[in-house]
Design a protein around this ligand. Structure first.
Ligand code: SF4
Length: 292
């Protein structure tokens, strides 16, 4: 036993901080989003069964105080059903105390699974799928090279929910640049409403030097938002988001104003908090604190 076998960059949603991070793929099967530098230079592949099994055994022996598993990397749901089922079964056999397995799944990989296959995964412990919507605006989706239409985003979200699996959807502030900011915000709120996830996580765009977006900024083709404009965008997203239940977060470490809104009840108060911040009543975290 020599620990877990990690390769490349390992990322996870903030809410999976107390999970066993079990790496089942390396990289992202899409790997073309213009703002994403996480897996650049990484060739996507599924890890071999022997390595995955060794990690499950290691976690069972050494990390038994953790009650959740998160399958990394970028898009673990793309794994063919029989292999994913095998992994889920191994987790259940070796770590019967695990209460929830989560993973990132993009619209394509969700829609490749039939409703029956998703139900099978739920039976085996898949409790939550994290999906990157990024924007509800078709033009932005094209510009960032997401490779998915809005229709398919919404369809895939519904498929996850109908399988009885929790859904957490991420959107990104500032992703449309300055001119299209509020169009992106409205469309994103409307898309989130149609997806009706259990959780929404609104993150702030962080530009990484190894990305296409960075090059566009260098060429003067894309304008970053100020902190105030980010907050105006957040306000507009929240205003247009109706959720039947669940939580709307904008409290990632990279956000300007941490916000956790129980929907639908706390929405109006949260909008007021943002208004207060915009009017100077609440001190925004200074620039240097971003990323802490
Ligand atoms: S944002 Fe997600 S889908 Fe796009 S390249 Fe990055 S990991 Fe892959």
């Amino acid at each position: 036993m020599d620990g877990m076998h990690y390769e490349g960059t390992i990322i996870r949603p903030p809410s999976e901080a107390d999970s066993v991070l079990l790496q089942v793929t390396v990289g992202c099967s899409h790997n073309k989003c213009t703002f994403c530098g996480t897996y650049k230079g990484e060739r996507f592949r599924i890890k071999d069964d022997a390595t995955i099994d060794a990690d499950i055994r290691y976690a069972a022996g050494n990390l038994s105080f953790l009650h959740r598993v998160f399958l990394v990397d970028g898009d673990a749901l793309i794994i063919p059903q029989d292999r994913l089922v095998r992994i889920m079964r191994r987790i259940r056999e070796e770590m019967p105390w695990i209460r929830r397995v989560g993973l990132y799944g993009n619209a394509k990989s969700i829609l490749r699974k039939t409703p029956e296959q998703l139900a099978e995964l739920r039976e085996l412990g898949l409790g939550i799928v994290y999906q990157g919507l990024e924007s509800g605006d078709e033009q932005v989706l094209r510009e960032i090279n997401k490779g998915v239409s809005l229709d398919r985003m919404i369809q895939s979200a519904r498929r996850v929910r109908e399988a009885g699996i929790k859904l957490s959807v991420m959107a990104i502030l500032g992703l449309a640049g300055r001119e299209r900011s509020l169009v992106h915000a409205r469309a994103t709120g409307e898309a989130l409403t149609a997806m009706d996830p259990n959780y929404v996580g609104v993150l702030t765009l962080m530009v990484l030097p190894n990305t296409e977006l960075y090059a566009r900024i260098q060429r003067g083709e894309f304008e970053l938002l100020s902190s105030r404009e980010m907050l105006e965008e957040l306000r507009e997203i929240l205003r247009h988001t109706t959720m039947t239940r669940g939580l709307f977060f904008a409290n990632h470490a990279s956000n300007y104003l941490p916000l956790k809104v129980r929907m639908p009840g706390e929405k109006e108060r949260a909008l007021k908090t943002i208004d207060d911040a915009l009017q100077g009543g609440i001190h925004l975290r200074p620039e240097w604190m971003r990323g802490l």
